[in-house]
Design a protein around this ligand. Sequence first.
Ligand SMILES: Nc1ncnc2c1ncn2[C@@H]1O[C@H](COP(=O)(O)OP(=O)(O)O)[C@@H](O)[C@H]1O
Ligand SMILES: O=c1ccn([C@@H]2O[C@H](COP(=O)(O)O)[C@@H](O)[C@H]2O)c(=O)[nH]1
Length: 741
Amino acid sequence: MSRDHRDDEQNNDDNNTTTAETTIVFSEQNNSLLDEDDYDDGKQQVDLEKNGGGGGGKGKKKDGNKEYERLENGCDDKTNKFITKSDEWPPWKRNLAAGIWIVIFVSLNLSLSFANKYLFTIGFMNPVFVILTGTFVTFVGSCICVFGFKMSTFPKAALKRRWKMILLCSTFQALTYVLENISIISIPISLNQIIKATAPAFIIFFQILIEGVRFDATSIVCTVIIIIGAALSVVKNPSFDKWGFFYSLASTIFAVLQSILISSLQKDKDLTTLSIVLCTSLPSVFVIIPIWAYKELPSLIHDPYPDPLKPWLIVGALAFAAFFYNLSHFYIIKYTSALYYAIVGNAKIILLIVISSVIFHTSYVAINYVGMGLTLAGFFAYNIIKYRQKVFDSNSTIDHTEASDCESNNNNNNNNNGICLDILNRLGNNNNNNNYNNNKSPKRKNATPKSQNQSPLLHSSPLPNQSSINNNDKFTYFKLIIIIIIINQPTNQIISNPSNIQFQRLDNRIYSNLLLYSSSYYYSKMLMICIAGGTASGKTTVCEEIIKRLENKRISVICLDSFYRPLTHDELTTVASYNFDHPSAFDWDYATRAIKELKSGNHFNIPTYCFKTHNRLEETTPIADIDVIIFEGILSLYTQEIRDQMDIKIFVDTDSDTRLSRRVLRDIAERGRNLEGVLYQYEKFVKPSFDEYILPTKKYADVIIPRGADNVVAIDLIVRHIRSKLQDKDNNMKPNSVGNH
Ligand SMILES: Nc1ncnc2c1ncn2[C@@H]1O[C@H](COP(=O)(O)OP(=O)(O)O)[C@@H](O)[C@H]1O
Ligand SMILES: O=c1ccn([C@@H]2O[C@H](COP(=O)(O)O)[C@@H](O)[C@H]2O)c(=O)[nH]1
């Protein structure tokens, strides 16, 4: 141990109280493990909080800085959610608001269905037009909410990033509603809802088709029950109509596809439910217009209605109701969670089946009642299973964090996306699980050479598969297009048969109900390790050594460096006076989200930072489906939120002279610097920041490794510990452990 480190630890000993954890220092001199006293928790991190979760300092003040704009607009730094007054409401007020919106949601849905039915009975046979006006008013209304009332941000960046997915989603959305409305003309609402209840079967089908996912027996049994039930519901049903049935089925399939896309879109930090409605409604209008022009325009012009004003008033009212119905989705999710919303949506389907059967005196034969009972039972069971799995999933994730206060953060972050561990994210996965997400330059030994501006993947593993989000997107779209081709075949036939068009109801936002189904059986079995330490202390080298020894495991290394804030124009002009070693140089919000998402078993695209341009590059590196994540960086132990996610916390403790000499060589060779620049930066920023911010985080480490990668004993012991932790997790994954939660 170097002298100054000893001094530092001594100081800490003097000053601090003990915590429950024990820090282990690996000393190779005597090959023994030395127990160290622990230190006071949470003291250093105050600095970050003072700076607004790391968002403070320089980054916030500069013009043109996106983060600054975001914060100025009222976006919370930690959760990345838009802050409104209601976020500060007491729980009772939020619950009351949620309750009111749930009532609005259910009653609007029922009213839309029944008013639509009434429209058709008075001879207004333009279901596509009803959807068109509803979608258009939804677009105008969401514009007013976003631009006028600033209820959500306009997701410009997300729109640019995800425009293809948004367009596809809009198309599915339009087809879902149009086909559904057309279908209900020839079959009763209750039958239509029964058909919609078969959605889990399609979810499972698509997951098997697209991903090759294997499902647990209970999900399969529920799905089989649903299908048998749905079949029995239609057999000999006096109200059955084959085209109505096919339209409804096609609508359900599109809704499933739409739900898959929506759940993926909801993972985007910039997309709220409201902004998704805004972005998808306009393209939907453009998809619906040609269908409407082809199907209904001639009859709309030529067929006079007995009472011309009445239907138009109803259509107008329905369009506004459709908008508020959409708005209610946003508010229910806002005040509760997406999971809650999905449950409400499922309950609504059942309510609709029962009420519509009673109101419209739908006639059934005995076998249909058996079928409906079976469908509902399967549907209930499926949802209960998914709900339990989800709850188990979040419990197991929280357990690993060993922190109670991260629970609320987890819940917050998962509100929009926690329940929809979406197919698409895993659709996009490739097999480069053992990837090295590192924005640094090529390393010695096995590192793959790359230029500074290349994609940041540095493969220390035998899997040389580089990838970027673009490639993933292509792959994903390719798969979706295949699905569309398969699905479009029967759909085209149906649409081309005008004689079957009768109309019953307006809007039924099925996608949100389906979010629950798209949640697959998932366990958080990943191990998260944090490696902190001063610059050039050997963090990366230690990672490489660990990876080498864990050859058969899927490991990803994420560098805190990837989350450097891109420098603004002003900052670039005075880059020599920019402190890259200060906590405010990092985008903590982004880094925290990445760690939490990955820890929850979700996919995340890691950004790429370029040390030469001090900017973020276009490429991102998708990370998912791995056994071990190593989060490495000078300040990786700095924030409590990130520390709370870690299973093992390591500090690489290398003496400062060694670090300086390594840094000089590295920065000149790999980061395009000169000697004067490196020394100036080291003296002015690197060393003071190390003393002030980095070294104090050593107290949070479970393991301290003196001399970095040279300390073979330490690395061997860590690897052994990782193996045993992974084994523990594997054991806990066994099916019979589910019941314990
Ligand atoms: N044990 C070691 N012996 C010799 N050189 C080392 C050792 N560990 C790291 N280095 C060199 O020091 C530099 C910085 O190491 P690195 O692992 O990248 O540190 P960090 O990730 O902490 O910045 C690299 O050029 C690396 O080759
Ligand atoms: O644009 C940048 C960003 C960072 N730095 C320096 O990099 C190190 C962190 O990387 P390590 O690999 O952990 O050393 C940090 O000390 C910054 O000073 C930079 O020079 N330019």
